[in-house]
Design a protein around this ligand. Sequence first.
Ligand SMILES: N[C@@H](CC(=O)O)C(=O)O
Length: 475
Amino acid sequence: MSDSQFRIESDSMGDRQIPSSAYYGIQTLRARSNFAISGIKPLPTYVDACIIIKKATAIVNGKLECIPQDVSQAIVQAADEVLEGKFRDQFVVDVYQAGAGTSHHMNVNEVLANRALEILGSEKGNYKRVSPNDHVNYGQSTNDVIPTAIRIGGILALSKTLYPALDNAINAMEAKATEFKDIVKSGRTHLQDAVPVRLGDTFAAWGQILKDHRNRINAAAADLQVLGLGGSAAGTGLNTHPQYRVSAIKIISELVNSPFKEATHLMAAMQSMAPFVNVSGALRNLAQDLVKISHDLRLMDSGPKTGFKEIQLPPVQPGSSIMPGKYNPVMAEMTSMVCFQVMGYDTAISYAGQAGQLELNVMMPLIAYDFIHSIEILGNTLQSLTSRCIQGITALPERCLDYAEASLALVTALNPHIGYLNAAAIAKESMETGKSLRQIVLEKQLMSEQELSEVLNLKQMSTIVREPRTATTNS
Ligand SMILES: N[C@@H](CC(=O)O)C(=O)O
């Protein structure tokens, strides 16, 4: 390549050739060659969060005359361009990188500085005019910017991806609860026949489970609103203007449209990863119940000829490369796998979360990726599961009723009338002789026909007991 394809940049370690077209600079270049680890680049939401911080700090540092006005404006314009989706291929440092995230942070500083230089009519790399460290990073350190960016990234991912997906999933479950409210099916506990339930209530319960998780996640996420920006390198705020912190956080709140506030103690906000561990725990909790739900969907859909087949999941693609006409519960299978990944991320986040030392936790790049990715893949999964599976589920009411009627656990309803031991003997005889519960009870003259019909009423048995009904019964 000819020299014009490169510019020379220098740092404390010497000179390096940088491709002329690149907006990143020498620190990014070094990090890129040091960390050829996973090939995974920073998540766009994480880049957004970092750029939002840089935009807010450039505005405030300009107003406070810590950096020149024109430089401030050019950085803000550069930040806006990145937020619009430009220069995204310039964020190139591997997820597994320098502790604390200094490499990604410098990548952000360099891209903004070089684009700001262009906006001001200067050459990329002319860092005397706009410096990644002295201007874009004025009053900041990786150590306060990155924990702030993870918080903002978490809030962005929750509000754009996970919350809407959870709300859709909850609505879909509630719609199915209404649609299937009269369908009686056999309950199963220990995977053995149990007393009857309603298919609608199965979906209503899942809706409630998801609602409870949304509340848990939302409660845990309150901690993400507390920012330690302004602490700079060690939480003391060295090199920051006294009015910078409050103003920057105010602007961030406006940009994200979410009410952030200052940390009570900047060192605490820098050292402790507890907010991420806490939200990640809530995500893990959701993932665990989602695994349960997706496994239930697979069981209830199993068949078509040799399984439960109480419900039909909508076929979305041919299931087999060799078995023709087979449709597999692929959306539920995918859901389980994503949930296992979320649980894995939570384990990694908890290891990283306890690995802080003295003023800093340097494991933040891992936390940033795993935390934001967890939220996003859970959100995307729920969105796809809802639209491609839950909303299209149909029921097979006769199949459900057949199982419910065949269940020996129906005998449970006889307990209050003939006692547990008599009921157990009837169930045993029914199992051994193939006679129906009804036939045996009548043969033994334990109850009248009319009494039996009232007690062995599957609709009644599967209706959830609620306060008014209890009150009527008691009165
Ligand atoms: N993480 C760096 C500081 C920085 O990049 O701002 C350190 O403490 O060495």
